[in-house]
Design a protein around this ligand. Structure first.
Ligand SMILES: Nc1nc2c(c(=O)[nH]1)N[C@H]1C(S)=C(S)[C@@H](COP(=O)(O)O)O[C@H]1N2
Ligand SMILES: [Mo]
Length: 299
């Protein structure tokens, strides 16, 4: 059983030198995030996690702007308490559930996962969360359900990026039911032993580590069990470039760039690229779900 990261690393060591020296003021100014207890997991990678600074200052969260620094700059005003999640569609117990109710009874684990953005950068994140399968089982998935659709909060007053007409808000994502039930698929409520920073998708987000990062939808307010492949934000915007499946695949290039390698965040300006792994390194666990599918067609 691997130790969880927070057991082996005292908190000051999570902060890199730059944070300790230059970031002391920022840290004092940030509201304290509550600590979360979570058990270690056999699904964690032993790769070294990125610093909290890397993970929480280089983000994609278009609801707050398209710049990598925009989420950290503007997500502070997002109200994440109270928060409720609608669970509907083909389920036995549809309803609007308070976040506490969604999380209730679900065993929280620390899952240290590799994370690969379709833009060809990557990082390693010590998420805290629980298996989506646990929640879906509690809601009671009905036999006709074949896909799960997710939606992010729609709140332009607090999400300035939602003024952009280029995206048909709210941000939407989806998984096939077997992908949603896979033990690697989690709903994350925190990282680095604390509740989720707002810029990373507080208070609850999806994490699907073998798929490109955009599948891991943030700040979820709706989970629907459906019987058709749902519409998803990037697929609606550029269907030729972003497929529904979006499994990490070094052999299927993006039309505008290679996916064969990636740039690990935090390596510095002169750090090299590393080879991208099939299914982002989770091939042994997930490949069987795609047996018989041509992954160049189902990209
Ligand atoms: N609602 C929403 N979820 C989102 C996005 C977004 O813009 N809005 N960006 C996606 C993309 S492209 C990536 S790479 C990851 C980034 O997660 P991180 O900022 O926690 O690293 O979030 C994904 N989830
Ligand atoms: Mo991404």
């Amino acid at each position: 059983m691997p130790l969880k990261w927070s057991d082996v690393t005292p908190k000051p060591l999570w902060l890199n030198r730059r944070q300790l020296i230059a970031g002391a003021a920022t840290l004092l100014a940030s509201p304290a995030l509550a600590r979360i207890e979570a058990a270690p997991s056999k699904y964690s990678t032993d790769a070294e996690p990125n610093s909290l600074e890397d993970i929480s200052t280089y983000n994609n969260f278009y609801e707050f702007g398209t710049g990598k620094g925009d989420p950290a700059s503007y997500a502070g005003g997002l109200t994440v308490d109270p928060w409720s999640v609608v669970i509907d569609g083909l389920v036995d117990k549809p309803g609007t559930y308070d976040l506490a109710d969604v999380v209730k009874g679900q065993p929280l684990e620390e899952r240290i996962y590799r994370f690969r953005c379709v833009e060809a950068w990557s990082m390693v994140v010590p998420w805290i969360g629980f298996q989506l399968s646990g929640l879906l089982e509690r809601a009671g998935v009905q036999p006709g359900a074949t896909f799960v659709a997710f939606e992010t909060l729609l709140r332009p007053e607090e999400m300035p990026g939602q003024a952009s007409p280029f995206i048909d808000w709210p941000y939407r994502e989806g998984l096939r039911l077997d992908e949603a039930m896979h033990p690697l698929t989690i709903l994350a409520t925190g990282l680095y032993g604390e509740e989720m920073p707002k810029q990373n998708g507080a208070p609850i987000r999806l994490v699907v580590p073998w798929k490109y990062g955009f599948k891991s939808i943030k700040s979820i307010v709706r989970i629907s069990l459906v019987d058709k492949m749902p519409l998803t934000t990037w697929n609606m915007l550029q269907p030729q470039e972003y497929g529904f499946y979006s499994n990490v695949n070094p052999k299927v290039d993006h039309p505008r760039w290679s996916q064969a390698s990636e740039r690990p965040l935090g390596g510095g300006l002169f750090a090299g690229r590393q080879d991208t792994l099939m299914f982002n390194g989770y091939e042994a666990e997930v490949a069987s779900m795609y047996a018989g599918q041509d992954l160049a067609v189902d990209y």
